[in-house]
Design a protein around this ligand. Sequence first.
Ligand code: F3S
Length: 277
Amino acid sequence: MKVIVANPCGFCAGVRRAVQLAERSLGQGREVYSLGPLIHSPQVVDRLRDQGLHVAQTLEEVPDGAAVLIRSHGEGPQVFADAQRRGLEVIDGTCVLVRRAQNIVQQLHEDGCQVVIVGDPHHPEVRALLAHAPSAICLNDQADIPKLTGHSRLGIISQTTYSPAAFEQMVDLVISAGHADARVVNTICQATQARRQAALALTKQVDVMFVLGGQHSANTARLAELCLAQGVSTYHLESWQQFRDSYVQGKSAAGVTAGASTPDWIIQEFVSNLFRK
Ligand code: F3S
């Protein structure tokens, strides 16, 4: 079986830094709690748990004296304020590009815009972005547009891992719905775009695509959607354990890509096993 791996794929700089921060702190013997699973890769979360990383769902679950690790998705200002009030050490793993998006949200709000975030309202990055502007509104679907009432100037940004085409389409829909006074800032991360472009190019050379990443990873799911939309058989798998021989029956060339929270060792394990098929 011919196997081609997309370049780039896998860990982005923001996720790599968050994992390194966790490993370094644990290596120093500190008691560390990440606020939510550190990244959308159950395999990496399990490895870090074995190294001693605890996962807390809320700040209240973090015991006094422990350090709290903020993941790359970031958190709202209240979480930082609460941690400071309790005297907890904060290890800030917020990705610099997510921080940039948070700063833009804050700036748009201070400039008097109605902040609009195009993204999945349940995603932790979007929840943290919403927390940076008290009246911010999230749009994930055309049906959400009526949430925009009044005629104040809009400030529109997107979740960093959103599809550029879907963002553009949503902006067009908002403007055609009568909200022409809008400042639009593209906050989609280049790492996400580069992975999408590499995957797109690969779909033209293979007859089956494997997209590796956690089932809850938004950017992995969008990579899989993108490949499928090119008419290529596509499988979104977390690791080699989910592979089935039937996926490559009658296929001669396979492409492999991976979301930004998929570590190198999962990609390498998958590729070396696939080579033997
Ligand atoms: Fe940051 Fe982009 Fe990764 S926003 S966490 S570098 S996908």
